[in-house]
Design a protein around this ligand. Structure first.
Ligand SMILES: [Cu+2]
Length: 186
């Protein structure tokens, strides 16, 4: 017969032996979980605003009520520009108007020899423009390559005067921007 005290001692010594490995295993699993989550989110961010991301956005926001294609490239004299057709690209680009509540599908086509992108923001910035409406096609660190294109779908849910610009450093102030007016109903 095993005494109660001896039994308790055995249980404690067993717990002692498995305690450390269990804690280590849980810690390792947590880390793997965190790494997978971060990697997956980064992947999703990369997809959003580029080919492949639009279907999910349309599913979430509904079918677009407006589709706008903007072309961009370098211009003579160290300028950069945008336009609504490939043969009319200007610095700055044209003013675009949508109505509040529009589900806008924005498409950007890079006609240039450098990498470019397009984001909507509240002011033209030299670097890292703040993105509004989640409307971002390419980023400063991961722009759209020459000849490439990307799309984003967003809801113009508040009226006002905004800007679209290339997020690549210095491209905005060199002319790669235009106004986006979101008109209130009425
Ligand atoms: Cu650019």
């Amino acid at each position: 017969m095993v005494g109660e005290e001896e039994m308790a001692e055995r249980i404690w010594s067993t717990l002692d032996k498995i305690y450390l490995p269990v804690v280590l295993a849980v810690a390792v699993l947590l880390w793997i979980g965190i790494i997978i989550t971060v990697a997956f989110d980064v992947q999703l961010l990369k997809l959003g605003g580029q080919e492949g991301g639009v279907e999910g956005q349309v599913e979430a926001l509904g079918p677009p009520t407006v589709v706008i294609t903007i072309y961009g490239k370098e211009l003579p004299g160290g300028k950069f520009g945008f336009g609504l057709s490939p043969d009319n690209i200007t610095a700055p680009g044209p003013t675009i108007k949508v109505k509040q509540g529009d589900v806008v599908e924005l498409r950007f086509v890079n006609m240039g020899k450098l990498r470019h992108g397009l984001v909507i923001t509240d002011r033209v910035s030299k670097v890292n423009p703040e993105v509004l409406f989640g409307a971002q096609i390419g980023s400063a660190s991961n722009p759209i390559p020459p000849g490439g294109d990307g799309s984003v779908v967003f809801v113009a849910d508040r009226p006002g005067e905004f800007f679209y610009q290339c997020p690549v450093s210095n491209h905005g102030p060199k002319g790669m921007w235009g106004k986006l007016i979101v008109e209130a109903p009425g």
